[in-house]
Design a protein around this ligand. Structure first.
Ligand code: DLL
Length: 432
């Protein structure tokens, strides 16, 4: 049981052999069970037998979020629905969500990976851990929950949204660990300070992820709460939290590369870059049964290091994230694409498709203002009409994004028209 060990010490050759064997099996599996991959392989004249080792991975086609959307909801599943025991979903680029399904074995592997990550963060069966990622379709809550439970820690399924209850229980239950987004933890530290509870907590470790955070934020969390904070990464398409996590040396996030094969690619040519060079991260899920993905383009920018870590672990490490190749934002832990706003505004006759999103962070909580331009035909300065329209647009945006936004209606022709690529976002948070 790897999660119970302090270090995974497979040599690089052993890892490569394992990855090769798993890739060969995977390619055969998707070819016979997922029409999408069979067609993609046939289109380039590839048969399963052509893939003999992990080096052959570059012959295989990529998968993107759009492929999941085009095959919504279950088109990329490799098993019948009777084998799927859980569904999760995340934001799609426009109307449709990105849906993923897990078999019982997928859930076991997921719990194992999260357990490894939490073990790296020092969590043991003696800990009391508050899970303050959202529970529900988002993978954060249930993913972290199952991993912590696998270790045998005492799991407190807080979810998000009630900071006072969280801080009270943190003290009353003697919580020693917490899993939540880094910005939420900074907010929690403020609530604890306001309530005079900072010296009453027993917290030792935080497992933070689901959004980008800087080294400065990391230090701030550690010093405000006098704890060790760890960076956990993952994405729903590939699994959820637990694809990678950093250890006590914080020299990159150890990838669970026996399950998820990482490639770093030049995002223009999509060819592999050398260790240490920044590029787009792609993952091949080596063991997933429900929705196996080949060379899934995460759009996250990072670099990779295959050297042995100071902690002794031999798994490849990816660096703290350096940005994205697309325009996805993460606001209050929720993935948001500007194109979702555009698609939502089309439903509202009184406004033009011109809009501007202004994202900020106040008291460590993200704020979103959406400025929307009134159509000349509907121009009015009557306050009651504007108020009703503001409410209507707020509702439409909330439905589309899953988070609320402050809507500001502006006069016709007042938003800046760009000469080239339209600029729809001003992000004042400086997260990379
Ligand atoms: O955010 C899964 C997760 C939950 C990870 C809890 C960690 C903790 P999605 O909603 O699909 O899944 O969003 C995935 O979030 O492609 C990154 O852009 C971003 N992201 C996740 N973790 C980190 C991190 C979950 N540690 C997208 N640092 C990814 C920076 C992160 N960005």
């Amino acid at each position: 049981m790897i999660w119970n060990e302090t270090k995974e010490c497979m040599s690089r050759d052993q890892m490569t052999n394992l990855q090769s064997a798993r890739l060969v099996k995977l390619v055969d599996y998707v070819y016979h069970n997922v029409e999408f991959y069979r067609k993609k392989m046939q289109a380039v004249g590839l048969m399963p037998g052509d893939i003999k080792s992990i080096e052959d991975i570059t012959k295989l086609p990529f998968t993107t979020k759009d492929d999941l959307r085009d095959n919504y909801p279950f088109g990329l599943f490799a098993v019948p629905n009777s084998e799927i025991v859980r569904i999760h979903a995340s934001s799609g680029t426009t109307g449709k969500a990105t849906v993923v399904g897990y078999t019982r074995r997928d859930l076991d592997v997921w719990a194992e990976c999260v357990a490894r990550c939490m073990t790296m963060a020092g969590v043991t069966k003696d800990d009391v851990i508050q899970i303050a990622y959202g529970y529900g379709l988002f993978t954060g809550g249930l993913g972290a929950h199952d991993g912590a439970q696998k270790i045998g820690a005492t799991v407190v399924p807080m979810s998000t949204g009630n900071s006072k209850k969280l801080t009270t229980m943190m003290v009353d239950f003697g919580a020693t660990a917490i899993a939540c987004t880094p910005s939420y933890l900074l907010h929690i530290s403020e609530v604890l300070a306001e309530e005079g509870l900072l010296d009453k907590i027993k917290l030792k470790a935080a497992i933070c992820g689901a959004e980008p955070w800087t080294e400065k934020m990391h230090k701030e969390i550690e010093s405000r709460l006098n704890i060790k904070a760890f960076d956990i990464y993952g994405l729903s398409e590939v699994m959820g939290p637990g694809v990678a996590c950093d250890c006590e040396f914080h020299k990159g996030l150890h990838v669970c590369e026996d399950h998820f094969y990482p490639e770093i690619l030049n995002s223009a040519t999509l060819t592999p870059v050398a260790d240490g060079e920044t590029g787009e991260l792609a993952f091949t899920t080596l063991t997933k049964e429900g929705i196996p993905l080949i060379r899934y383009r995460t759009k996250d920018l990072t670099s990779i290091d295959h050297s042995v870590c100071d902690c002794g672990r031999t798994s490849a490490r990816i660096s703290r994230f350096k940005g994205r190749v697309d325009d996805m934002l993460i606001i209050r832990g929720v993935n948001v694409f500007p194109s979702q706003i555009e698609a939502a505004l089309v439903e509202v006759e009184e406004v033009t498709p011109h809009y501007m999103m202004i994202v900020d962070r106040k008291n460590n909580l993200d704020t979103l203002e959406v400025q929307v331009e009134l159509d000349q035909k509907y121009y009015t300065d009557e306050i009651r009409v504007i108020e009703a329209l503001t409410k209507k647009i707020g509702h439409v945006i909330q439905q589309a994004l899953g988070i609320s936004a402050k809507v500001k209606i502006v006069e016709p022709q007042s938003l800046v028209r760009s000469q080239g690529k339209a600029v729809h976002v001003i992000d004042n948070r400086k997260l990379y």
